[in-house]
Write a protein that binds this ligand. Sequence first.
Ligand SMILES: NC(=O)c1ccc[n+]([C@@H]2O[C@H](COP(=O)([O-])OP(=O)(O)OC[C@H]3O[C@@H](n4cnc5c(N)ncnc54)[C@H](OP(=O)(O)O)[C@@H]3O)[C@@H](O)[C@H]2O)c1
Length: 321
Amino acid sequence: MRRQPERSTRARPVRPASLRVGIVGSGAVARHFALGLSGAGARVHIWARRSARARALGAWCPTFAELLAKSDVLLVCVRDEALAEVIEELARAARDSDPVRTLVVLHVSGATPVSVLQPLERQGLAIGKLHPLLSLPKVSPQRAVPVAGTAPKKNALKTAAKAALKNGLPAHYVAQYSAPSSALARRHAKRLVKALGGQYCELSAGHEADYHLAASLVANGALALFAAATSHMQAAGVQGRAYAALLESVAHNLARCTPAQAQTGPIARGDAATVERHWRRLGSRHRSLYRALAEVLLELSPATRAEKQRIARVLARVRHT
Ligand SMILES: NC(=O)c1ccc[n+]([C@@H]2O[C@H](COP(=O)([O-])OP(=O)(O)OC[C@H]3O[C@@H](n4cnc5c(N)ncnc54)[C@H](OP(=O)(O)O)[C@@H]3O)[C@@H](O)[C@H]2O)c1
């Protein structure tokens, strides 16, 4: 029987015809939301310290009062350290300008609690956070590909976004609310995620640090490992792109099965000789890194007890060199 081609798990973006989105900031995350949401048909207004960068992303708003008046939902996309100060200023503007009571304000920081927005809740606005579980580097707008798969303006971006839509995993957006705000804020956050063609999920209360730690281990950890492997890629004469595709295949597998089921490589096979060869090629700087990873992989490995012991003996030798 012929196998059916695998269906994409990515949800199709919808056009939020009447959604008015305000954005504070013009950095990587502001750009992601601005390009994605305007590409999906939302009306995007931006306030940022650098007006030229803001103008490249949406309609410029010179004051917070104007931004509040032109938004159904406001995304605060500034650096974590600046959040409290910016929110105090927004709350002052809300007090003086009395925006509509259905306005929802969401921040996008994974590490910061929703409570940082309480000055706005005290002004009668609904609050929450909507964290894009994505790695969004500071590349120029021309080179940025909105991973959530919405159609940006430039042709090259369109092609890249279409490819991501077809093959990639859907971007996840992780939400959290304060209890009094949750119904209205949840409704708006879900609309944004749907517009971006992403997946919506909510973060368990009290586990904010676990959530952010896991994101850091996966995203920053993978990047650190890639950087540690770069000199070996170069020595082998194989391009980094090829290894990036390898990483993509790991992500593909991990979206569908457990780490133990997805495990491949010498430790999964119980191959102590290859582990030893790796160690001989490693610079001394990365031996403790290799050992720490190997210990995690040994716990997952389906190898026999004897094979695991042989590998453990190699790692113990590494420890003493
Ligand atoms: N990058 C990611 O992969 C990622 C993913 C998920 C969530 N996040 C979160 O998203 C938020 C923004 O991160 P980002 O990566 O977009 O940072 P970014 O590229 O450095 O941009 C930060 C923005 O904050 C503005 N800003 C900083 N201090 C300010 C102040 N005192 N008043 C007004 N604006 C100020 C900056 O303005 P200037 O340009 O004028 O300095 C810039 O527009 C952070 O909370 C971060 O944790 C980031």
